[in-house]
Structures are given as structure tokens and as C-alpha cells.
Design a protein around this ligand. Structure first.
Ligand code: ZN
Length: 445
């Protein structure tokens, strides 16, 4: 009798907490520190990967590097029954396009698409950079190993492809090596433009730029913290939307910020040993990264990176000066940490690609009423489990309260006063995976 009681308790408490998916833990475990180390070694071996470096040699320069990356994606594809569509995407960059362009050259990205079974034209994107630089951006011949900046992000992207290609997803995942980062974010701009032209429905861009350094210039050593940079609002919002924010809120609730919160929550759930820091800004103070050109065109995108940078080890010629060893060499990369941040990406790519599309036409009401109320468009996907309404204190960075409301397309949240919280809605798939949260874009009476 006692045993039965125990079993009963076990079953029910289990069903209450079964909000996690075992496959996500498998994905974390599958990420290999060793393979990441090997890939960074290989990328460093090309001497320099400056965007304007040699394209003919098979051992040195960006040409050799991108051909190797392409061949890696192709061999990953071979071992998953050709599950990746691998190609180059390129644009000509000319000297009149910026002060950091030493000569005309093609900026070539390497793109690998793992096509979604249900939503082939919806994409979640993980990016790293192919290119590196020496002290002088214009110098395309001096050694620039770029082990952390950004062979780490590139190696992580290759490794995520290896791990996730063993699964099939409802939406498409793109693994991409971008080029021309150091001279003006050209590769990201090229791919974002290509996406717009081809009407890609982008769920979000996870841009990885420097994911392997744990010893900061500030003396802090930390292999658990990392940063998720996101801009607060959408740059493409028109004047009217900006005006309405004064009355309805949304100053910290743009689509990139929701993506950052999604990643933050997923990491807190599945990788509790990690300390994700949401940084409420587009990028580091006054500096840039390859998520920005996607943000520019209205796509959600964040930068994922180490918490503590070391400036003597980025954008520096290899040298010793006053006893300080300058240069972005492989000795400074912590592969276990890079593997952790790769897992951060992989679990979020998987969760987003397994989740149904976010709700559309989300409206909120409840002015001078005791309860907040919501309306949204019913999903065309008939297999979804339903929707979840989230809310939080206006000062909170995270969605702290939620209620699953079933498969309906309106709801009255009794006793919750509209004035005192921010609200959002996510779609919940039959598999339990959730879309990013949508902040209401309109009101109703
Ligand atoms: Zn850089």
C-alpha cells in the first residue's frame, strides 16, 4: 500500500514538472569540445582569414578557409543523408563602400540549410564569422589567427550542425559562416538582403562572435557567464508605432529582446550551471557585430558572446611588448567554454525549430477594467496544443508569470490589471515547445 502511494505521488508530480524534453539534454551532451578544438586549430592554420587575403592558395587565406568550411558542411551532410543544402552566397564589395575596404573583392558566406519538414521557409539562423584581422584592418597579409575572434564562433556553428543534423525539425535551421565582418559587417548585410529578397521568414539570428575567452582584461576568470546582447525595439518600427509606445509600452519589448529572453529562459531551464547575462543593448558600447544588419532589416537577432573580453588578444598583430603577449592565438581559447556556448546555441536552435510559429495579430484590452483581455488570430496549424499568456512586473527583465489557456484565440485574465504588468503570448506546440513571446501590437475595447 505504501509503495502504491509512493508510485502515485511519483507519477503525478512527474507529470506536473514534465516541461522539459530529454532530447535537449542529449543535444547538450553531444557537443564535442574536442571537435571544436580541432576546427579552431584548422581555421587558425590558414594564417590569415582577412576578407581581402589570398583566395587561390589551398593552405593560406580566406579562400582556403571558406572552401574548407564548405567541405566540412558537405561531409556533415553526407552523414545525414544529404540533410544540408550547402552553398556560397556572395556579394562584390568595392573600395567606394567604406574606408576599410583596401580593394574590390567578393565577400563570400558559406550557408548550410537544414530544411524544416513543416515550415521549410521559416528559418532560425546560427552564425559565426570566417574572417579575421591583424592590428591594421587594411593589412590582409600579416598573420591574423583570429582563434577566438572568430574561429570560436565558426567552429561552434560547424559543431552545432554536426549535432543537430541527427534530428529533424519542423522549421529550417541555417548554419552560416559570414565574411567581411571586420571591415563593415558586409557578409551579414549581404545575407540579410538575400533573405529579404527571397522572403525568408526568419524566427531569429543567433550571432556568435567570440565564444572562447574566459580570462578577461579586467582579471576576472569566469567559465560560466556569457552575454546575450539585444536591441530594445525594432529599428523598422514606423513613427506611429514609436508614438504609441508612450501609451502602451514596448520600450524594452522588441522582437530581438524577446529572442534574448527566450534564450535566457531555455538556458536557465536546461543548463542551470550557466549564467546567461541579458545585456540591454544592441552590442558592446560603440562596437558592432553581424546580427546588426539583420536587425536593420527588421529581423530578430542577438549576439551571443563571452562575458569577459581580453583586448590584448583581439585585433592585434602577434608580438610581445612590455612583457605582454599580444595576438588572438589558440592558446587563449578555452574549448570547454566554447562547447558550453555552442550547446547554448544548439538547444535554442532546436527549441525554436521544434516550436510552432508565434501567434499573430495579438491585441490587448482592459483599460479601466478589472482584468486584462487578449485576442489573437487562430493558428493555421491545427496540431498545436494552444497558447500561453505571459506577464511580468514592468521593472522585471524576465517573463515571470504565465498561464496556459488552451487552444483558444481570446482570453480574459481575471483579476490581473492591465496597468501594472507587461504582457505577451506564445504558441505551444503539441510537443511542448514554445514560440518566442509576442508583445501585443494593437489594442481593443
Ligand atoms: Zn573582431
Amino acid at each position: 500500500m505504501k509503495k502504491l502511494y509512493f508510485l502515485l505521488l511519483f507519477c503525478c508530480s512527474f507529470s506536473l514538472i514534465a516541461q522539459t524534453d530529454a532530447r535537449i539534454y542529449d543535444i547538450i551532451d553531444a557537443v564535442s569540445e574536442k571537435r571544436i578544438e580541432k576546427d579552431i586549430q584548422k581555421l587558425v592554420s590558414f594564417g590569415t582569414r582577412n576578407t581581402f587575403s589570398d583566395t587561390i592558395s589551398n593552405t593560406r587565406g580566406i579562400g582556403a578557409a571558406r572552401r574548407w568550411i564548405k567541405s566540412e558542411f558537405e561531409s556533415i551532410s553526407k552523414s545525414c543523408n544529404n540533410c544540408l543544402e550547402v552553398s556560397y552566397q556572395k556579394d562584390l564589395v568595392t573600395t567606394d563602400m567604406g574606408s576599410r575596404v583596401p580593394k574590390d573583392a567578393y565577400v563570400v558566406n558559406v550557408v548550410a540549410i537544414q530544411r524544416g519538414t513543416k515550415y521549410p521557409n521559416r528559418y532560425v539562423i546560427m552564425s559565426g564569422d570566417i574572417d579575421s584581422r591583424a592590428s591594421d584592418t587594411m593589412d590582409y597579409t600579416t598573420d591574423a589567427p583570429g582563434a577566438n575572434d572568430n574561429a570560436s564562433g565558426m567552429a561552434g556553428t560547424l559543431e552545432a550542425a554536426r549535432v543537430l543534423s541527427k534530428y529533424s525539425f519542423e522549421s529550417s535551421i541555417i548554419y552560416v559562416g559570414l565574411s567581411g565582418e571586420e571591415q563593415g559587417l558586409f557578409g551579414g548585410a549581404g545575407l540579410a538582403k538575400y533573405a529579404k529578397k527571397n522572403n525568408w521568414d526568419i524566427i531569429g539570428v543567433l550571432n556568435n562572435d567570440m565564444i572562447g575567452n574566459i580570462k578577461g582584461v579586467d582579471g576576472v576568470i569566469d567559465n560560466r557567464s556569457f552575454r546575450i546582447f539585444s536591441e530594445p525595439t525594432n529599428l523598422t518600427d514606423d513613427k506611429n508605432k514609436v508614438r504609441l509606445r508612450r501609451f502602451y509600452g514596448g520600450e524594452v519589448d522588441g522582437i530581438s529582446r524577446q529572442l534574448a529572453r527566450y534564450i535566457h529562459k531555455n538556458v536557465k531551464t536546461y543548463m542551470p550551471e550557466m549564467n546567461p547575462m541579458m545585456i540591454y543593448r544592441l552590442d558592446r558600447f560603440g562596437r558592432g557585430g553581424h546580427h546588426r544588419p539583420f536587425n536593420d532589416l527588421g529581423y530578430a537577432g542577438v549576439r551571443i558572446m563571452e562575458a569577459h573580453e581580453n583586448y590584448t588578444q583581439q585585433h592585434q598583430n602577434i608580438r610581445v611588448e612590455n612583457g605582454i603577449h599580444y595576438g588572438d592565438v589558440i592558446e587563449h581559447v578555452n574549448f570547454a567554454y566554447a562547447a558550453k556556448l555552442t550547446a547554448v546555441n544548439a538547444i535554442n536552435l532546436a527549441s525554436l525549430a521544434w516550436a510552432p510559429p508565434a501567434p499573430t495579430g495579438v491585441k490587448i484590452g482592459g483599460i479601466v477594467e478589472p482584468s486584462a483581455k487578449f485576442k489573437w488570430e487562430a493558428s493555421k496549424d491545427k496540431t498545436i496544443k494552444g497558447y500561453k499568456i505571459y506577464w511580468r512586473d514592468t521593472t522585471s527583465p524576465t517573463w515571470d508569470h504565465s498561464r496556459f489557456v488552451g487552444n483558444v484565440n481570446e482570453f480574459l485574465l481575471k483579476g490581473i490589471v492591465i496597468d501594472n504588468y507587461f504582457f505577451g503570448i506564445a504558441t505551444v506546440g503539441e510537443n511542448g515547445f514554445e514560440s518566442p513571446i509576442v508583445f501585443p501590437s494593437a489594442t481593443f475595447r
